[in-house]
Design a protein around this ligand. Structure first.
Ligand code: SF4
Ligand code: FES
Length: 247
């Protein structure tokens, strides 16, 4: 395939960015989207030009770092995949592809397509954990009975990889799907009950402090989420928040 790429280039956080057009040729439909970006970067390096900065790590849908906005959609046109799992067979010879960073006030651009998602880390640090004594006296997890449905729902919530597609998809740049997944994975288990009130209050407070918008139930986050995190988690977080506030 021969493709035209329109890519957001931005030197650093303090300079203005712009869209630059590149051509790539002989792209195999079996390549992943990031391999296609590697081809472009080799081309740029061979010409003595600055390669395009983009984030990636595992390249197998686990780490959540490959956050590209492709033709206006976080992680591109396919459903249930991250950018690194997107294949070039989803595009046609002659296509023009627009590639931008995830856009949100709380995700400032560091360089080109790389954004700073440490706001997510701070939300997680505000309460997305349980306090357990790990000095050798830890209780065997299997000694605490958990019903199958709760265990499954907690597991599904825990599959959130913190990629930020939910924020990029939302017209309000809301982080409710991410935060609610992190709240839910603990709220559904007895181990998470002890700190449940403090957790939800502090995580939501941090989410607001970071400048994420509010949820208006458009559901774009759920559609674009590569892990299929359900809106039910947002409803659960709202219930947890109300319960904790009343107390
Ligand atoms: S909820 Fe989905 S889209 Fe949002 S950070 Fe988690 S995995 Fe990514
Ligand atoms: S590079 Fe890790 S999820 Fe894509």
């Amino acid at each position: 395939m021969n493709l035209t790429l329109k890519i957001w280039r931005q030197k650093n956080a303090d300079t203005k960015g712009k869209v630059v057009t590149y051509q790539v040729s002989d792209i195999s439909e079996d390549m992943s989207f990031l391999e296609m970006m590697d081809v472009l970067n080799e081309q740029l390096i061979n010409k003595g030009e600055e390669p395009v900065a983009f984030d990636h790590d595992c390249r197998e849908g686990i780490c959540g770092s490959c956050n590209l906005q492709i033709n206006g959609e976080p992680h591109g046109p396919d459903r249930g995949v991250t950018t690194c799992q997107l294949h070039m067979r989803s595009f046609k010879d002659g296509d023009t592809i627009v590639i931008e960073p995830f856009r949100a006030k709380a995700f400032p651009v560091i360089k080109d397509l790389v954004v700073d998602r440490s706001s997510f880390d701070r939300i997680q640090q505000a309460g997305g954990y349980i306090s357990v004594n790990t000095s050798g006296n830890t209780q065997d997890a299997n000694s605490i009975p958990v019903d199958k449905e709760s265990a499954d729902m907690s597991f599904y919530a825990a599959t959130c990889i913190g990629c930020g597609a939910c924020v990029a998809a939302c017209k309000n740049a809301s982080a409710m799907l991410f935060t609610s997944a992190k709240v839910s994975q603990f709220a559904l288990l007895p181990q998470g009950e002890v700190e449940a009130d403090r957790r939800v209050l502090e995580m939501v407070e941090q989410m607001d402090k970071e400048g994420f918008g509010n949820c208006t139930n458009t559901g774009a986050c759920e559609i674009e989420c590569p892990k299929g995190i359900s809106l039910e988690n947002i409803a659960r977080m709202n219930r947890e928040y109300l319960k904790a506030s009343v107390k």
